[in-house]
Design a protein around this ligand. Sequence first.
Ligand SMILES: [Cu+2]
Length: 271
Amino acid sequence: MSYTYYTFGGKVPGPFVRVRVGDTVEVTFTNNAKNSMYHSVDFHSATGPGGGGAVTQAAPGETKVFSFKALAPGLFVYHCATPLAAQHITNGQYGLMLVEPEGGLPKVDREFYVMQGEMYTAAPYNTPGRQSLDMQKLLDERPEYFVFNGSTTALTEDYPLKAKVGETVRLFFGVGGPNVISTFHVIGEVFDTVYDQASLSSPLTGTQSAITGPGSASIVEMKLDYPGKYMLVDHALSRAARGLVGHLMVEGKEDASIFHTQTPVTNSGGH
Ligand SMILES: [Cu+2]
């Protein structure tokens, strides 16, 4: 199927923005002259009116500028805040900004950027061809599709996450939404560290999921101990049947003290 997204910079999610706490962030927001609608950007990392949403409302061809000081460290969603904001968000206008603490986050071997979104198409899930938005389904919060990084295949066929046994990985996970809470889970792994709601102050250890609301984010860290294909899901698993699956491919040596079987492993996730 195909769908016309609105985007920040041509991709869903928008660019991963990385700053340091105390930085002054200068935003120059241009709405492409070829567009037909107003757009804007609200940074949850900003302190000030609308997070910038009110002062960046830009007509096609217009540029709006503002700056803000990143006062708090953490991982923050940004999104379009032009009415109807839920429509602009479901259409792909969301992304994450990391405000690093003094000294940065602890070093890991790999970092990944994953966001969850919903799509409210008029036609049912998996109907071929060009799809359109159904406003009533959006208002009723009845998505047809759930997607990681903007499509059902973004993190499976197109760009599976790859890592090796012995490595530590960090997932910057956010929910664009606009409406649905994610119980983010990796099948066959335990999260060693979860920065709940992306607060850096007191991370959780040893959890099975990172519960993340719409317009919110979590940071998840895992050490990879055993090879295989690990499935990224929202453990509201009906959503996996509506497109919400990612793959983390882990290469390396098996360790029978961690996991042992005489049954050949053909499918790690049960899907
Ligand atoms: Cu917009």
